[in-house]
Ligand binder design. Structure first.
Ligand SMILES: [Zn+2]
Length: 318
């Protein structure tokens, strides 16, 4: 496995567990993509991080890199502090053996699904909510794809749950994802589970569903005339309300590099509190806090209203 390269999308709860399992198993390279930074409220289930990371507001990809290097220095970790947009995913998918989904939203998963089909890279879906979990291993050319399943399988149980996630449910999904990863990376395809797995640890339930019949010949993502609709420009949203966070992410229309020093100077002149690290600038005022990243993104905390987030942003930066 030392020659294998895994692309891990998301470094939250599922991402922490998967990254640690892969690093300890000795996977050669792990590319980690995450758009967020560490906060105290993450620490009950995001096992790679510490209070110090939260204090410093370290981007999760960077904090994960540091921790994984301490765990196994033979593993090469490539941290990416950015949103997993189709544009970024296309670049990141080069020479990747496997993609692991540790995101919290279907927009990104559908983009991962199209990337997987386009480049023929297997991917392992995983999601959690409360005490519930779900996982499936997608193999291009062999299994149905996520787009095929959306119409026939109730996947909506795994939506963002503000009531919170219990850590054992996370660890259970991680166990299922990482064992499938080990099978794939060691060439043991015949050992793969092949079913769609769901469980609820609190209710003592465990189901496995054969979804073979869900594969659609005319699927826009995996059919004979695939058009990969979720990679198109129209599909990419510029704003997103973050899962259970009372936070809106604003993304610039064009990729840009923000000069954080210049921004910090500008914000220091305003009525609010400015804090910086090499990866982001945080600005707090009354009920809101805004966090600006190098890639141009802004997280607006204290609202789930996109219009309000935009107006707060424009009031600061015009
Ligand atoms: Zn399909």
């Amino acid at each position: 496995m030392a020659c294998k390269h895994v692309l891990l999308i998301g470094a939250g709860a599922l991402g922490s567990g998967n990254a640690e399992a892969l690093a300890r198993a000795g996977v050669g390279q792990i590319s980690i993509v995450d758009r967020d930074y560490v906060e105290l409220s993450n620490l009950n289930r995001q096992l790679l991080y510490s209070e110090n990371d939260a204090e410093l507001r370290m981007p999760k990809a960077i904090a994960a890199h540091k921790r994984l290097r301490e765990i196994n220095s033979d593993v090469t970790v490539h941290p990416h502090v950015l949103d997993a947009t189709p544009f970024e995913l296309k670049k990141l998918a080069e020479n990747i053996d496997l993609i692991i989904d540790a995101t919290d939203n279907f927009e990104t998963r559908l983009a991962i699904n199209d990337i997987s089909q386009m480049y023929r890279i297997p991917w392992i879906y995983g999601a959690c909510a409360g005490s519930y979990g779900i996982s499936f291993t997608f193999l291009p050319g062999a299994t149905p794809c996520l787009s095929c399943l959306l119409d026939s399988v109730p996947l909506s149980g795994a939506t963002c749950d503000a009531a919170g996630i219990i850590s054992p449910a996370v660890q259970m999904v991680v166990a299922h994802q990482s064992v499938e990863a080990l099978k794939l990376l060691t060439g043991n395809r015949s050992a793969l589970r092949s079913t769609l797995l769901t469980f609820d640890l609190w209710r003592n339930q465990h189901f496995e569903m054969d979804v073979t019949v869900s594969k659609k010949a005319d699927c826009p993502s995996c059919g004979a005339h695939a058009s990969y609709p979720y990679l198109s420009r129209e599909y990419q949203t510029k704003t997103a309300v973050l899962c259970g966070r009372n936070t809106v992410q604003l993304r610039p229309a064009k990729r840009m590099e923000r000069n954080l020093d210049e921004l910090a100077r500008h914000l220091s002149a305003l009525d609010g509190n400015v804090e910086c690290n090499p990866f982001l600038v945080s600005f707090s005022e009354k009920d809101h806090r805004m966090v600006f990243f190098k890639d141009g993104r802004v997280l607006v905390h204290g609202t789930s209203d996109i219009a309000e987030a935009k107006s707060l942003y424009h009031r600061l930066l015009g």
